[in-house]
Ligand binder design. Sequence first.
Ligand code: 5GP
Length: 201
Amino acid sequence: MNKGRLIVFSAPSGCGKGTMLAEILKDNSFRCSVSTTTREPRKGEIDGVHYYFISKEEFQRRIANDEFMEYAEYCQNSYGTLKSEVDQYLESGINVILEIEVQGAMKMREIRPDALFVFIAPPSVDELRRRLNKRGTETPEIIEQRIEAAVNELKFMPKYDYIIVNDALEDAVSDFFAVIRSEQLTVSAQAEFIEEVIKNA
Ligand code: 5GP
């Protein structure tokens, strides 16, 4: 069986990554790793589904225990990917998506260069601001912090493999599947097939 592909998926808040991921995950060959965070759950967020919500002390304990593949600070909270959320699924042929911010993504570039790095961008910073205000889940102060963080994150776009602009959801999702398909068609992804065909020629 072919192994799954590890996909690092970054998008500043307000880029619509939640709705994009919900569409992508309708395809059962994809799974989103559930991250661990010290931030408070938002209304409607479920522990173990959206995140594992833990205390700052517990987060430190897990760092000491070497349980994270990567972790980073974002807007005064810690976020991390547990090793247990990744490799066992890749082994069973599932494509695992890490929905993480840019610092974590850059760490992943070093430790997992085999991963595919996809950045979801807003059509413009004005549009991002409009979407964050409309969401209404954060205070104006937090929204400003997140816009500042987003502008900073956009500077990392050149370090990714693909940029998908999320203007219309349907187009962005179909662009994502086009990226995955073209990656499956590369020579390196088809090494086993090439060997098999030549061996049996
Ligand atoms: P939010 O608080 O909006 O859910 O997430 C804030 C930021 O943290 C987002 O950019 C999200 O991609 C990122 N994030 C979520 N989980 C992780 C993780 O496990 N590691 C890292 N590095 N970033 C994460």
